[in-house]
Design a protein around this ligand. Structure first.
Ligand SMILES: Cc1ncc(COP(=O)(O)O)c(C=O)c1O
Length: 279
């Protein structure tokens, strides 16, 4: 195991020495939330947006834990490397208790874990990837960035086993998001993404793209996308902090547009890469 420096409950230690109890509620119940924050050459990207989403996730699962942005910066500083790009992972669980009980214990001592792993550009970024639609079988609180990711894991695995990079999830005939990404479609020269509801994670990358598109006077709509509208989209993108903006060039075995990353993607990827340099 790599001896990456990690943070666990007020201590910095090598990853190989970071241990939690088998009674941690994160391990037993997936009772926790997390964030993944890109860090470009030591600079945390949209940290405050990530921390706001973290606070919202904690509130939704009724886990009382709060640190200021400055306190988080102090915790994360020793893990950051200014010579590379990193994905900062932070996880908070409802902690360790003497017995396994679904109901919350009276007193909470959360487990806090942080690590930063190098990120390299995703291999499908320039060429585009294949995607597969599947039924969104997840729970009704997908706006919470919860560590309970079993449905997402199984759907991504199914996609990968079928030679695809991502599963696109469909609920009652409408797109929600990817197994670990948000979705954008270009339809009639307008950029569409499903609006924020409890059925999808409010992605930080998603919001950056909406802001950049609006600032550049694009037609942008946050609206429903039916599966049939998706099938006729000229471009489909999958967005996330670690993969950025991935063009899907094949959907369920059929070409999207002409089967190559489209002109809107080229423009947005340029805007996004430029924006990254400014923060
Ligand atoms: C289910 C899901 N939706 C959307 C996203 C994209 O969110 P962000 O852009 O904040 O990384 C992720 C990220 O991992 C995700 O897991």
């Amino acid at each position: 195991m790599s001896d990456l420096l990690v943070y666990l409950n007020n201590e910095y230690l090598p990853l190989s020495e970071a241990k939690i109890s088998v009674l941690d509620r994160g391990f037993l119940f997936g009772d926790g939330v997390y964030e993944v924050i890109p860090c470009y050459q030591g600079k945390l990207f949209r940290l405050d947006d990530h921390l706001q989403r973290l606070a919202a996730s904690l509130a939704q699962i009724r886990l009382e834990f709060s640190l200021s942005s400055e306190e988080w910066r102090e915790i994360l500083k020793p893990l950051l490397d200014i010579s590379i790009d990193q994905a900062v992972y932070l996880q908070i669980t409802r902690g360790v208790y003497a017995s396994r009980d679904h109901a919350f214990p009276c007193e909470i001592q959360p487990t806090v874990f942080c690590m930063a792993n190098p990120i390299k550009p995703f291999s499908g970024l320039q060429s585009g990837v294949k995607a597969l639609t599947m039924d969104d079988s997840r729970w009704e609180m997908c706006h919470v960035k919860a560590t309970t990711l079993l449905a997402n894991v199984l759907m991504r695995q199914e996609a990968v086993e079928q030679g695809c990079a991502e599963a696109i999830l469909i609920k009652n005939g409408f797109v929600t998001e990817g197994a670990a990404s948000n979705l954008f479609a270009v339809i009639d020269d307008c950029l569409l993404t499903p609006k924020k509801t409890a059925e999808l994670l409010p992605g930080i990358t998603r919001q950056v793209i909406i802001d950049l598109a609006k600032a550049d006077s694009w037609c942008v709509k946050e609206d429903v996308i039916s599966q049939s509208a998706l099938e006729n989209a000229s471009e489909i993108w999958l967005t996330s902090s670690t993969r950025e903006i991935i063009p899907a060039v094949e959907l369920d075995g059929k070409s999207v547009g002409d089967g190559t990353p489209g002109p809107f993607w080229h423009k947005m990827n340029t805007l996004f890469q430029q924006y990254k340099q400014t923060v």
